[in-house]
Design a protein around this ligand. Structure first.
Ligand code: ZN
Length: 150
């Protein structure tokens, strides 16, 4: 009986650990999408971050599919009005939109942060899978071991 109680506690601890890892992966992927969308000038960065943070992988996959194909905003160098990167000129003041805007260091920082968060999320998922495999192996050996006792 004590053996089974021990199993129960270990199983509960394992579920807690996996839940925590899953939650961490969620948060990391949400942050990655948020910063990646910001780096790309996507006006819906916060919406994507929240959608992935709350709903998980389905909006994540959708985000990866539409990433880069969506609207991209740039700020007019003259008046600061945000408009589509493909616009020939600023719709507010008529300033010519440079076809190849200089790389924004802030956007590069965001892109780098998004990359690290994405890698972090993948590492956490990998850790979760590894823990699950180890737990399955451990539980199978334990159950086989306890069978041999009887
Ligand atoms: Zn302008």
């Amino acid at each position: 009986m004590a053996v089974f109680a021990g199993f129960g506690i270990m199983f509960f601890a394992l579920m807690l650990l996996l839940g925590l890892l899953y939650f961490m992966a969620h948060v990391l992927f949400a942050l990655a999408a948020y910063h990646d969308a910001q780096a790309q000038g996507n006006p819906d960065a916060l919406v994507w971050g929240l959608a992935i943070g709350i709903l998980g992988f389905i909006p994540g996959i959708i985000y990866l599919c539409i990433r880069g194909s969506g609207r991209r905003l740039v700020r007019c160098p003259n008046c600061g009005y945000p408009h589509d990167a493909v616009d020939f000129c600023c719709p507010k003041c008529g300033e010519k939109n440079s076809p190849a805007p200089k790389a924004d260091p802030y956007q590069q920082v965001l892109a780098e942060r998004a990359r690290k968060e994405l890698i972090g999320g993948i590492v956490v998922i990998a850790a979760g899978v590894l823990v699950t495999i180890l737990a399955v192996i451990f539980f199978s050996f334990s159950i086989m071991g306890s069978w041999k006792l009887f």
